[in-house]
Design a protein around this ligand. Sequence first.
Ligand SMILES: [Zn+2]
Length: 412
Amino acid sequence: MKNCILILILLTATGILRAQKARKAIFVIADGIPADVIESQKTPALKEIAKEGGYARAYVGGEKDGYSQSPTISAVGYNSLLTGTWANKHNVWDNDITAPNYNYWNVFRLLETQYPKKKTAVFSTWLDNRTKLVGSEAKAAGNLQPDYFLDGLELDTIRFPHDTAGYFYYLIDETVTDKAAETIRKSAPDLTWIYLEYTDEMGHRHGDGDKMNDAVEKMDKQIGRIREAMKYREKNFKEDWVIFITTDHGRDSLKGHDHGGQSDRERTTWIVTDAADLNERFTKQRPGIVDILPTLTRFLQLTMTRERLREVDGVSLTGKLSATDAKAVYRKDKIRVTWKPILQKGLARVYLSTTDSFAIGGHDKYRLVQQVPVANGATEFDVSKYPSEVYKISIEMPYNLLNTRIVIGKKN
Ligand SMILES: [Zn+2]
């Protein structure tokens, strides 16, 4: 009995110690590296990180031929990571970023709204990542300015003269990496986005081959420096760090110069993380870039309102999951919904909304239409009483929530 109490006290003490640790998250987008390329190169830093967590092939581009299909273009992918939604919602369809729909809050806004004192950071070649995607220069995005940032260096042609080989992009990435590592060591932002561009430049210029491979090795060394900074913090401070490294798209299978289409190689990406508690979505299925946002919010202990949760297209890559991959098909006034059960216990409550007011800053009314065991993996219901052009379906289960929709006139 005494032993039991002692163990209980020890367990509680460990729990408290862990609870006291401040949680800090980093995500890195290394631009335009196909999964087959990253897998064939020497990447010691990524492998060290994967040893603690894992490596998975992943995907971008939304549901192929479905309502959420999204171009395999850089800014489209970044914003899918930031918002946990595909382009049909976040409305960034190319690198011009003309009219992002800021109603789908990004992870920076979620963090700053819930914890205004927490610190954020963005390190990037591109200025737009901060000003347009995070939205520091967009009122509708809340004008949130990261506490630390370094970006827009490609505009500084005095410090970084544009050589014809594009090597200056490497020099910029080096500067971006050093600043990020220094900031992590000194200031430990709660959420950091690092963006590295050189790999994509080499891909566009040279396609698959030595130049691209060399760029991947260079990127890996940069990740190594970020990791050292994280380790330094973990060793010297009561902090719990996590890192996700991914890419925004693959490349064409011809020679690897291009991207933007829906071929398997363009859609196939990868994720490396040291996250603990990775689930089946990561280890057995193919995660999407939209799964990173719910994973980050879970780690950073951000609570999203139910109406926001009902718009997220991804699921967390850590922790328990009831099911994944909700799909809906409309046929003759009936909707059939399917999902892939993982932990089969409990009920799946299927909610339906016939409006999409959320997209324009309004609210949608959901009605409960079905309640079936998660284990069933499917259900069907009549919607003849609810004629609509759009049916938003949200399935609440014990461990997670899944969302899908039907847009009449689009394949699902
Ligand atoms: Zn890209």
